[in-house]
Design a protein around this ligand. Structure first.
Ligand code: ADP
Ligand code: SF4
Length: 637
């Protein structure tokens, strides 16, 4: 939400403080227009207007007795400054941004003096806004870290030797403490590694640096070099993954140490504190999925914790310049604009009996939220198991934790005596009418298209009726026959890549074909595209990017280069088309004239699991809430 949506941000952070977190920090907070990360929305403390905007957050955090922290940040070569048009800055002139056609200005002494002055001015503004903890941000690929890294070969006292490279950080800590240290703590965010493989990162230099600066800050906030590891998805990175890399930090400083690790298990948190790895439990995603984790631990209701599934949908908001969303927590980002609270929901507005058809994420979330409001709810599910696509997809390689979307809701339903569900109940028109519920909502999901229409193909792929064609729904249900397989991904999120991985693991010769220029291209937003393509290539799956399907026969496909139109044949006894989906909404069309019936989730508009959960939650919140006049949410401008 950054500087663009201060009220939304304040309400979100306030809810976390209410949930019991001891300290609530802002996201990265730019200190000056020479560090502008548009279109990615950071917080900012450029001038006094920003003070009042961030003071809203501080007030809400303080209201619940938590401390407020701010991560003062200069992006250096990490920001291309397309909004401010200031020259990006760096220790030397290097490419700036991410594949952007701009470079930094090599900072001279006066630039370094300016940068330090901006940092102090921002620190004073932060103090004025009421913050308790002020960060010097020396992690990842941002300015201070660019000075720290061996690539900083400046010939003056700010480059070359380790001591010289650490000089800027040291001066910033000392000067920030002098400026605001009487009222605020000064924390340092620092990478405990300088790269290397996930579990075996190189910690030699960072260790020397922490030893050198050990007692200067009031708090060490430790991360690692590789951002895609620090905040890796559950498909690739386990809980508490940073432990091995940073477990030595406390042995070289007496100052408190905090770190993150997608901690969803209170036992893991406690173990790390007891073993002296950390003093304070840091949390980003787990506190997004459940802002009330501390409260729930404190009250002995750990089974109520809505565990993060590690899908990184939350991070796609940052990547696409849109407000944060969460798969598990549909209220995330809606605290101010819709007044939604993760733990409270209004009591029912009538005695309506509700029939929900379909027990995927949309149907389950609607059942839980309606149940909590006090409605009588009946849910009918065609399959033997609840969970819909989540149950099916969590069986695929690496997606096991996604089942938490189902499991948390099943646990909630088990505590709601007014919610019943029936399995193996395929509901048809007659049954709906016979049941005569006051409200009927269809959460019947969507099925994958068999004809190949998707994002590149806006018409059917010739030969789609061939017996060799399967959809993901077939792959979930049946074993794929022996022989070479082509997986055609015109969906571009995770599923095409995961299905290719599954079939390869089952021993098939697999070729992944996609009209995009990289595998699972939308997963750039979840910070896992690189890891996905790496795994696919490592597994020996052949990859044909920039390639569409011109035709399908029983034993081969004809591919076509999307740039040149050049055609080639690939042998394939099976072709899995992962392209787009069709809502399962026949019941809606046959009943809409006769009864009060609505659609939610993929049945309304196929999307992500997060979209379905949100859709189910919204349906429940809006029942008997009166007609919406004007926009469906408050807008910040
Ligand atoms: P969503 O993401 O919108 O929840 P899913 O595809 O995950 O969609 O879930 C839809 C669920 O609806 C599936 O579990 C499916 O078995 C069930 N379903 C579809 N049609 C019917 C029906 N006619 N009667 C009962 N359940 C149905
Ligand atoms: Fe966790 Fe996914 Fe929610 Fe992010 S969006 S907090 S990764 S469940």
């Amino acid at each position: 939400m950054g500087y663009r949506r201060p009220q939304s941000l304040a309400a979100l952070r306030g809810v976390k403080a209410e949930g019991g977190w001891g300290t609530v920090c802002t996201e990265y907070c730019s200190i000056h227009p020479s560090s502008d990360d548009e279109p990615f929305p950071s917080a900012s403390l450029w001038d006094d207007n920003d003070v009042s905007a961030l003071a809203l957050t501080v007030e809400q955090v303080h209201e619940h007795g938590a401390l407020a922290g701010v991560e003062l940040w200069h992006g250096g070569a990490g920001s291309a400054n397309f909004y401010s048009r200031e020259a990006p800055l760096g220790p030397s002139s290097t490419p700036a941004g991410v594949w952007d056609p701009v470079q930094t200005k090599a900072m001279d002494k006066s630039d370094i003096r300016d940068m330090k002055r901006w940092h102090l001015e921002a620190a004073k503004r932060a103090e004025q806004a009421g913050f308790d903890i002020i960060y010097v941000y020396a992690a990842h690929w941002y300015l201070i870290r660019q000075f720290l890294m061996p690539s900083n070969q400046r010939s003056d006292e700010y480059g070359g030797s380790l001591e010289n490279r650490a000089r800027l950080l040291k001066e910033l800590i000392v000067e920030t403490k002098e400026a605001v240290g009487d009222s605020c703590a000064v924390a340092v965010r620092f990478s405990a590694s300088s790269g290397g493989p996930d579990e075996d990162q190189d910690t030699a230099e960072p260790r020397e640096m922490i030893e050198m600066l050990a007692e200067l800050p009031d708090l060490w906030d430790i991360t690692v070099h590789d951002y895609s590891y620090e905040m890796g998805t559950s498909r690739f990175v386990p809980e508490a993954a940073l432990e091995d890399t940073m477990s030595w930090v406390k042995s070289v400083t007496t100052k408190p140490v905090v770190s993150v690790g997608r901690f969803t298990s209170p036992d893991t948190m406690l173990r790390l504190v007891r073993q002296g790895v950390i003093d304070l439990v840091g949390s980003a995603r787990p506190s997004i999925a459940d802002p009330f984790i501390p409260y729930k631990i404190d009250h002995g209701i750990e089974d109520e914790i809505r565990e993060c599934i590690g899908c990184n949908i939350c991070y796609t908001g940052d990547q696409t310049g849109t407000p944060i969303r969460c798969t598990q927590n549909p209220t995330m980002g809606e605290e101010w604009r819709k007044g939604w609270h993760p733990e409270h929901i209004d009591p029912k507005g009538s005695d309506s009996r509700v029939l929900i058809v379909g027990g995927g994420p949309a149907g389950l979330e609607a059942a839980v939220a309606l149940g909590k409001r006090g409605y009588e709810v009946t849910l009918a599910e065609a399959r033997r198991e609840l969970g819909g696509r989540v149950t099916l997809e969590s069986e695929l390689p690496g997606l096991r934790q996604w089942a938490r979307v189902r499991d948390w809701r099943l646990n909630q339903i088990s505590k709601l005596s007014n919610v019943d569900y029936y399995l193996e109940s395929v509901v048809d028109t007659e049954q709906v009418l016979e049941f005569s519920a006051d409200r009927v909502v269809l959460a019947t999901g969507a099925k994958w298209r068999r004809d190949g229409m998707g994002r590149w193909h806006d018409s059917q792929i010739p030969g789609w009726e061939s017996t060799s064609v399967l959809t993901p729904d077939d792959v979930f249900r049946d074993t794929v026959p022996d022989g070479p397989v082509v997986v055609y991904d015109d969906d571009h999120y995770y599923l095409g890549g995961v299905i290719a991985e599954k079939l390869r693991a089952e021993g098939h010769e697999v070729t992944l074909v996609t009209p995009a220029n990289e595998v699972s291209t939308w997963t750039t937003h979840t910070e896992e595209q690189h890891r996905i393509q790496q795994r696919i290539l490592t597994l020996g799956i052949r990859v044909r990017t920039g390639t569409s399907l011109a035709g399908i026969a029983d034993d081969a496909v004809t591919t076509e280069c999307v740039f040149t139109g050049r055609q080639t044949e690939i042998a394939a006894s099976t072709v899995v088309l992962v392209t787009s989906r069709i809502p399962v909404d026949e019941l809606f069309h046959s009943l809409r004239e006769d009864i009060d019936i609505e659609r939610i989730g993929d049945c309304l508009a196929p999307g992500t699991i997060a979209t379905s959960v949100y859709s189910g939650h919204r349906y429940a919140r809006e029942m008997d809430a009166g007609e919406v006049v004007g926009l469906p949410f408050l807008r910040e401008r």
